[in-house]
Design a protein around this ligand. Structure first.
Ligand code: ADP
Ligand code: MN
Ligand code: MN
Ligand code: MN
Ligand code: MN
Length: 335
């Protein structure tokens, strides 16, 4: 007897990487081994020396094929064992390790938009839907587009054992959100990438594309972000640490260091309108959805909890945002 292992990896497409996968048939009881692929077809190698290595880092049940079949998330390596330059997980590993004692948790809110052909799902052919208002957390066929896909995706994430913590319809028609977390830095990235793969794969069955484009519709329509909720043990226990983290994110070159790595097209989304802060001006505040970083109101009341960095784009690499936040906030908290 045998089973199917779907090897999933992040490619080298710039500025926003794509997901790739292929299937290996394994004998019952066999662990998914190191495997390889043609890096010249994924922007990860030149044709004359094209072999790249897939190193399994996380295996979970395959909720689509079911049975004993699995999904296998991989890091990409050079044939000499070095991490490939596109491998952002390898850059996160030492930072997560260095600050492990602070017990960082992340909850990332992944917003995304369904497209049918060239139009967001729910946008009428050759026109526009009614303005934003009834869509966010809405109900009814005039407000909601794609719920059958979203429900199936949620069930599949749960069956795969991912740390998905909720879903909601968003402000623009055809726009949705799911949340991963709270989870450790590496885990939130691993589960996010697997949840993204399951989203694309599920929408594919409906002839629909899911995109992480940060500004999928021009004009008076909300963009798509990946609000990143973050805490350390000290932040979960006291307010001084909350303020220290907020201040650290605003210090010196930190706002630019972060914003330039928070996903493609950040200026098109962080305009200062549509519940965003301008990309070039760092701010934080309690309950403030117009600030770069929000302290949720319960956190101010209870004087402990977490902060929400509202800047990352939907198309951010979760390994990158986790590395930056742990590095900036945990360094400051260590002092
Ligand atoms: P919003 O009110 O901004 O829409 P959501 O409910 O969509 O927030 O997402 C909040 C996320 O924050 C969830 O994924 C949740 O698991 C996560 N979260 C909750 N507590 C913490 C914490 N202490 N540290 C990090 N993340 C947390
Ligand atoms: Mn071949
Ligand atoms: Mn949310
Ligand atoms: Mn949202
Ligand atoms: Mn949020």
């Amino acid at each position: 007897m045998s089973y199917k292992a779907e090897y999933i990896w992040i490619d080298g497409t710039e500025p926003t990487a794509l997901l790739r996968s292929k299937t290996k048939i394994l004998a019952d009881g066999a662990e998914p081994p190191v495997w390889g692929f043609d890096g010249s077809s994924t922007n990860q190698a030149q044709g004359h020396s094209s072999d790249r290595v897939l190193r399994p880092v996380l295996t979970c049940p395959d909720p689509i094929r079911g049975g004993a079949n699995v999904l296998v998330l991989c890091e990409v390596e050079e044939i000499n064992g070095d991490p490939h330059s596109s491998n952002s997980r390898a850059l996160l590993r030492p930072i997560a390790e260095q600050f492990a004692a602070q017990e960082s948790w992340f909850g990332i809110e992944q917003e995304y938009t369904f497209f049918k052909g060239s139009r967001p799902l729910g946008f009428p052919e050759g026109g526009f839907p009614a303005p934003q208002g009834p869509y966010y957390c809405g109900v009814g066929a005039d407000a909601i587009f794609g719920r059958e896909i979203v429900e199936l995706h949620l069930d599949r994430c749960l069956a795969a054992g991912l740390a998905i913590s909720g879903i909601n319809a968003e402000v623009m028609p055809g726009q949705w959100e799911f949340q991963i977390g709270p989870a450790s830095p590496l885990e939130v990235g691993d589960h996010m990438w697997l949840a993204r793969w399951l989203l694309y794969r599920t929408a594919e069955e409906f002839g629909v594309e899911a995109t992480l484009d940060a500004k999928p519709a021009r004009g008076d329509w909300n963009g798509a972000g990946a609000h990143t909720n973050f805490s350390t043990r000290a932040m979960r226990e006291g307010y001084d640490a909350i303020i220290t983290a907020c201040e650290a994110l605003g210090e010196g070159d930190k706002p630019m260091e972060h914003i330039t790595q928070y996903g493609q097209g950040i200026e098109s989304r962080l305009t200062g309108a549509h519940e965003t802060a301008p990309w070039n001006k760092y701010s934080y505040g309690v309950s403030d959805r117009g600030a770069s970083v929000r302290i949720p109101w319960q956190v101010e009341v209870e004087k402990k909890g977490y902060i929400e960095d509202r800047r990352p784009n939907a198309n951010v690499d979760p390994y990158v945002v986790a590395r930056l936040m742990v590095n900036t906030c945990c360094s400051a908290l260590e002092k």
